[in-house]
Design a protein around this ligand. Structure first.
Ligand SMILES: CC(C)(COP(=O)(O)OP(=O)(O)OC[C@H]1O[C@@H](n2cnc3c(N)ncnc32)[C@H](O)[C@@H]1OP(=O)(O)O)[C@@H](O)C(=O)NCCC(=O)NCCS
Length: 256
């Protein structure tokens, strides 16, 4: 199968960054153990920066949560007849959301570090259909992406661990990493690339759409597989999970 984007990507993927102030080429290559510290730093930073998004930005995407907070506030006010309940409620909600977003993000991080991100070499480079790439600018690792072979269905690759160093964003590095993964999927005769994201910022969604992915569903109140949330965690932490799919046989992969 040939696509416009894949035709251009022969051998090592090189792309001139758009930021003319730096003029540094981006080079996407497979992970080496020496990259580990920089990879983990990008991964952790990418996760941590999602905390304020899930705590605050997400609120306007979840009117059901706002309704629940209002109902609980009114119920407590009626039960206690204390006017300051009304005044304090927004602060309590925001603090609670921040604390629980932080707690659950750290739990996810710990879980990832005990699985694939704790031994990238073992997890991603020893199994067919798996791979981990880094984007490099002048010997510095500035971005990551990983491919995981879907175990339940043949011909499906999952895109994971997409993150770019904050100082190197909006220069096409996310696209370069995504295209590397698409080349890999084509070379492995895969029909679909899938991914899921709980990101609320437009960057991730725009990137995936630019790569040719289509959003095929949204799970409201998503819980990471393997996680169980307490009542309080469910009260303060509610996220949407967007499912994206790219059909490599039919979809028109974007040209860069
Ligand atoms: C999402 C992320 C990987 C994008 O990386 P990037 O290298 O900045 O992406 P690119 O420069 O290749 O941009 C690709 C497209 O995304 C869009 N985009 C990127 N950053 C954007 C932003 N801050 N606001 C709006 N659109 C943005 C642009 O439309 C761009 O297309 P363009 O070239 O036509 O402008 C990066 O922002 C990141 O690491 N975020 C934190 C971690 C994260 O959210 N990962 C994804 C979790 S699933």
């Amino acid at each position: 199968m040939e696509t416009r984007a894949l035709k251009r990507d022969t051998g090592e993927h090189e792309k001139e960054p758009q930021d003319q102030s730096k003029h540094r080429a981006v080079f996407v290559r497979e992970y080496k153990p020496a990259d580990n510290a920089q990879v983990l730093s990008i991964f952790c930073d990418g996760l941590m920066e999602m905390i304020p998004d899930t705590a605050f930005r997400a609120l306007r995407h979840h009117p059901e949560s706002l309704l629940l907070y209002s109902a609980v506030t009114v119920a407590v006010y009626l039960a206690t007849a204390c006017w300051w309940v009304i005044v304090l409620a927004p602060a309590v909600v925001l603090c609670g959301r921040y604390i629980f977003s932080t707690h659950l993000t750290q739990r996810y991080l710990k879980c990832a570090l005990s699985k694939d991100m704790g031994n990238i070499q073992q997890f991603y480079t020893k199994q067919p259909g798996f791979c981990f790439w880094v984007a490099v600018v002048e010997d510095k690792v500035v971005g990551t992406v990983a491919a995981v072979k879907e175990q339940k269905s043949d011909g499906v690759v999952i895109l994971r661990r997409m993150a770019v160093d904050q100082d190197y964003r909006q220069r096409g590095i996310g696209v370069a990493l995504g295209q590397k993964l698409l080349e890999f999927a084509v070379a492995n005769k895969c029909s679909y690339v899938v991914l899921g994201t709980t990101a609320y910022t437009p960057a991730a969604h725009k990137l995936y759409q630019k790569l040719g992915f289509r959003c095929v569903g949204v799970t409201n109140g998503y819980v990471t597989p393997g996680f169980r949330l307490s009542l309080l965690e469910r009260f303060f932490y509610r996220v949407s999970h967007h499912h994206y799919v790219l059909n490599l046989q039919n979809d028109d992969i974007t040209d860069q």
